[in-house]
Design a protein around this ligand. Structure first.
Ligand code: 2HA
Ligand code: ZN
Length: 270
């Protein structure tokens, strides 16, 4: 393995640990989900020397000029969240966007040829938007399939941003306290497509989590753990909803007044 700088080592640990949690939560069946982190200070090392000789350039259909020269860690297509820890070097790639922003180079030196996640374009467009908006500290993006949250989007009433948010906030106080801006909702679009990437970027301008109807969600954070926390809090509401429904109990929910008090409490805390 090539010499790795500290930031990359830390990022690999983050992805590995969260990958395991996603699997334990039941949100990462087969090769579901993908993670990326922007590397702030990439120290040129053997990996970049390899790049010069191998010329591993992959063209993108989009021009990502704001990402020129930026380095990212991304999970590999086909990789299983539960297995990343077993072999992180064969499950996570280091990529560098070309100077023109028209493609990327694979810097990592793997035994077998591995390629980035099928949702790469979604990740990159989100990273680009974060940088455009000077949100430099938000460097981690996670896509996962949280079961109960997905189940909610199969119910017509909740396949709607307003109703979905109302329900989420009315069930668990955490969501008023720490996801006060609510979550975005994106009606079904094909995964990995430019359309879903564009819709997700737009939705994440106002939210830290965007729900993909009948599929999953994308969350952003300063760390992969922070992105995971958002999914975990939001999914908790959905889980409580279904627990009550399964027991054939009427869900009382928090009152508007209680939610408002929580909102004030949250504002005083920040
Ligand atoms: O990484 O989850 O949406 C596999 C997926 C695609
Ligand atoms: Zn997915």
């Amino acid at each position: 393995m090539a010499e790795r700088n500290i930031e990359i080592k830390r990022a690999i640990k983050e992805i590995t640990e969260t990958g395991k949690l996603l699997w334990q939560k039941g949100w990462a069946e087969r090769n579901a989900g993908n993670i990326s982190i922007r590397i702030e200070k990439y120290i040129h090392d053997n990996e970049e020397k390899n790049l010069k000789t191998k010329k591993t350039f992959y063209k993108l259909n989009n021009k990502l000029t704001n990402l020129s020269g930026k380095v990212f860690l991304v999970t590999a297509t086909g990789s299983r969240m539960r297995d990343i820890g077993k072999n992180p070097d064969e499950s996570i790639l280091t990529i560098k966007i070309s100077d023109k922003g028209d493609g990327y180079y694979i810097l990592s030196n793997t035994k077998n040829k591995i390629l980035p996640t099928s949702e790469l374009i979604v990740h990159l467009l989100i990273h680009q938007e974060l940088l455009k908006n000077k949100l430099h500290e938000i460097r981690a993006i996670a896509h996962t399939h949280p079961t109960e949250l997905i189940a909610l989007t199969h119910i017509k009433k909740y396949a709607d941003e307003k109703n979905l948010n109302k329900l989420i906030k009315s069930i668990h106080p955490e969501n008023t306290m720490f996801v006060n801006e609510g979550v975005g909702f994106i009606p079904f679009l094909l995964p990995g497509s430019y359309d879903i990437a564009e819709a997700t970027v737009k939705s994440l301008q106002k939210h830290k989590l965007a729900v993909w109807e009948k599929h999953g969600c994308f969350a952003v954070g300063k760390t992969v753990s922070a992105a995971f926390d958002i999914v975990d809090m939001v999914n908790k509401s959905a889980k409580i909803f279904f627990l009550c429904k399964a027991a054939r109990l009427k869900l009382q929910g928090l009152s508007e007044k209680q939610i408002q008090k929580l909102s004030v409490l949250m504002n005083n805390l920040h």
